[in-house]
Design a protein around this ligand. Structure first.
Ligand code: 1GP
Length: 224
């Protein structure tokens, strides 16, 4: 995982053809994340899992609801929303999940992500009652992710809009051990390369559904 540069994120609530899914899986991307904010169902998750599993690419479930949790993924990502104003999204739902499932949890497969959501229009921003942080706030969250919580991943989430490369650069300069993931608004090779300059890995989501050809090209852009 430390070497990963590029991940696609598929939303179980959205349709994708077999042909497109095959192309994503064989594109050279490092992994496919299955995850979304709204209407995530077990059926939707299982459908994607079974189709991704025809390929060798690692697949990850990013857990947003316990109702859609299933074995069979290579890895499980658990988001903790650091800039949420409610403790629920940082601590309580994770606490409940661990209370219920800790006996069967395999920590070799589970990675906690310190999320910082930076697009006020994003569904996840509203749902988790986030507060928009300024640059100094974000830097402090990144510092906390590494030094206070020792999280494996700090995730700058601009979901739906292209973020500020300068902020990504500043955040990266704070991190040594914690990986920096960037996701949000990457629609072409240029943007992919620009964000990958600073982030350890970029995540491409929505453009899979809006401009498939360009989305596919982002893999090559970060590997050249
Ligand atoms: C969403 O960070 C990912 O969780 C990717 O964002 O959908 O805007 O590409 P986009």
């Amino acid at each position: 995982m430390n070497e990963w540069k590029h991940l696609f994120k598929l939303d179980p609530a959205k349709d994708i053809s077999d042909e497109q899914l095959d192309k994503l899986c064989e594109s050279g991307t490092d992994a496919i994340i299955v995850g979304g904010t709204d209407h995530v169902t077990l059926d939707g998750v299982l459908d994607l899992l079974s189709r991704i599993r025809r390929h060798t690419v690692p697949c990850i479930l990013e857990i947003s609801t316990m109702d859609a949790l299933t074995p069979g993924f290579d890895y499980y990502y658990i988001p903790m929303v650091m800039n949420s104003t409610e403790k629920k999204w940082m601590m309580d739902i994770q606490h409940q999940a661990i209370k219920q499932y800790k006996e069967i949890m395999n920590w070799d497969e589970i990675f906690v992500e310190g999320y910082c959501i930076l697009n006020e229009q994003a569904k996840a921003f509203t749902k988790t009652k986030c507060e928009l942080p300024n640059m100094d706030d974000v830097i402090a969250y990144a510092y906390m992710a590494e030094h206070v919580f020792h999280l494996p991943i700090f995730y700058l989430e601009y979901s739906g809009t292209y973020g500020d490369p300068e902020l990504v650069k500043q955040v990266k300069s704070q991190l040594n051990d914690t990986l920096l993931f960037y996701g949000g608004g990457i629609e072409n090779s240029l943007q992919a390369a620009e964000m990958k300059e600073h982030a350890d890995a970029i995540i491409v989501g929505n453009s899979i559904y809006t401009n498939f050809k360009q989305a596919l090209k982002t893999v090559k852009a970060v590997n050249d």
